[in-house]
Structure formats: structure tokens, C-alpha cells
Design a protein around this ligand. Structure first.
Ligand code: ADP
Ligand code: MG
Length: 243
């Protein structure tokens, strides 16, 4: 289970004051569940996600994963237990698709033959033909194909927790539906605890066990998709979900 308590992130502003990116955010995600962080651009979704794997250190507040306070853990070992799909994909340009997918297993010193076999299976899972794609470099892929490799790479070390920042944002609508369905099929088998950033309401309703609607760095409502559609907590949520 992931427990997020009173997370805040403030940055120094131009006028000498502070800019608040995330303000007093608290919520819990049960093991094996998908939580979607939903909201308009600039509302603090990415900042919240990056405070979970400590790519951004919180100004205040705590994150507990499986009962452990992440602030006292070694940040690098913490990140190796958390799969991360970033908004800008971030594949290593000088490595092939196969090397990208095997990057963390290699760092962890896993058996190379097994991790290469797994890389091919993972490509299959994200609907890319291994024979065609394993030896390609990122620049030889479309944006959507790169995102799928990003998802495969995040799954490679079989982490219990996955953080995904708009992972399907660059994929065209038809393929996006396919890959969402694929992801849900995989999720039924692997049961990761997933925090998933989206600004797409249909995607959130389809994939989430819980949705956190953000507004100006705060959580406006945290609920199941059904609850949120039936009983929006504010006019903002109603407008956002209705749009
Ligand atoms: P989202 O992912 O929801 O689009 P972000 O979490 O990236 O939003 O950003 C939340 C807010 O914090 C935005 O207003 C953004 O401009 C601000 N912000 C993010 N990073 C920084 C930074 N390094 N310095 C100052 N302000 C930042
Ligand atoms: Mg973002």
C-alpha cells in the first residue's frame, strides 16, 4: 500500500516569495490498484508523482510504501523498486530497444539470457513485434512506439509499484485504446500498484480503481470513477468530468 501524507512542494518564485506546486496532498492506494491523478495542465500531477520516487524531494509531508517511510531509504535503491514511465518517454538514445528494456535488470545484475528473453516477451505485450523492433534505436521509432517501449522498460525489473506519467499521451486514439486494453489485461495478471497521470477523463474512468482530481496543487476529490461521476464533490469536478 502507498500512503501519501500532507505532501507539499514549494519553489522559490521570481519575486522572492514561494510558488506552491503541490499543497497538502494526502491519499492512499491499496496494493494492486490503479490510481489515476487527473487534472488540467500545471495542477501538480507530475510533481506529486516524482515525490513518490524522490526524483523531487518534498518540501514537507511523507510517503510510505508498504509501511516504509521512503524519506529514510536510499533514493537510488528506492527508485530501482519503482517502475517509472516519464512524460517525455526518455529512452536512452544510444541504446537499442532491447538494451533500453534490459537497462535496470542489467544494473541489478540479473541473468542476461533471461532478461533478453523477457525483453522480447515484454515487446509482444506492448504489441510491438520483437523481431522487428529489438535491435532498433529510439530515433527509428514513432512517438507512440517509443512510449510503448517506455512501458515495457518500466515493467522489466518486475517492480511492485509503477509510476506512469501520461504514458499513452503520444499514441494515436485507435492504438491508445488497444494499448489501454493490453495494459489492463497485463495488470489483471501482474497486479502492480500503479499511479498513473492523465488529463484524459475517458482514460481515467476506464482504467482507475480510484481517481484523484487535482486543482491548483490540491486534491479536489478522491473517489472511485463511479462515485465521482455520480457525486462530484464540487462544481470544478462536475465541470471537469462532464467536459
Ligand atoms: P502537471 O504535471 O499537473 O501539468 P506539474 O506538477 O508539472 O503540473 O507542475 C505544477 C506547478 O508547479 C506548475 O505551475 C509548474 O509551473 C510549477 N513547477 C513545476 N516545477 C517547477 C520548478 N522546478 N520550479 C518552479 N515551479 C515549478
Ligand atoms: Mg505533467
Amino acid at each position: 500500500m502507498i500512503r501519501i501524507e500532507n505532501l507539499c512542494k514549494k519553489y522559490p518564485g521570481r519575486d522572492g516569495g514561494l510558488v506552491t506546486a503541490v499543497e497538502d496532498v494526502s491519499f492512499e492506494v491499496d496494493e494492486g490498484q490503479i490510481c489515476v491523478l487527473l487534472g488540467p495542465s500545471g495542477c501538480g500531477k507530475t510533481t506529486t508523482l516524482k515525490m513518490i520516487n524522490r526524483l523531487i524531494e518534498p518540501t514537507s509531508g511523507k510517503v510510505h510504501i508498504a509501511g516504509r517511510d521512503t524519506s529514510v531509504m536510499d533514493a537510488v535503491s528506492l527508485r530501482r523498486t519503482i517502475g517509472y514511465v516519464i512524460q517525455q518517454v526518455g529512452l536512452f538514445p544510444n541504446m537499442t530497444v532491447e538494451q533500453n528494456i534490459c537497462a535496470v535488470p542489467d544494473l541489478l545484475g540479473w541473468d542476461k539470457v533471461k532478461s533478453r528473453k523477457r525483453a522480447a516477451e515484454l515487446l509482444d505485450i506492448v504489441a510491438l513485434d520483437p523481431g522487428q523492433f529489438l535491435k532498433r534505436f529510439p530515433k527509428e521509432l514513432s512517438g507512440g512506439q517509443q512510449q510503448r517501449v517506455g512501458v515495457a522498460r518500466a515493467l522489466a525489473a518486475d517492480p511492485p509499484v509503477m509510476l506512469m506519467d501520461e504514458p499513452f499521451g503520444a499514441i494515436d486514439p485507435i492504438n491508445r485504446e488497444t494499448i489501454q486494453d493490453e495494459f489492463m489485461r497485463i495488470q489483471r495478471q501482474v497486479k502492480k500498484t500503479v499511479l498513473f497521470v492523465s488529463h484524459d477523463i475517458d482514460e481515467a474512468v476506464k482504467m482507475a480503481d480510484r481517481i484523484a482530481v487535482f486543482r491548483n496543487g490540491r486534491i479536489e476529490q478522491y473517489a472511485t470513477p463511479d462515485e465521482m461521476l455520480a457525486r462530484p464533490a464540487s462544481g470544478f469536478v462536475a465541470d471537469f468530468m462532464g467536459s
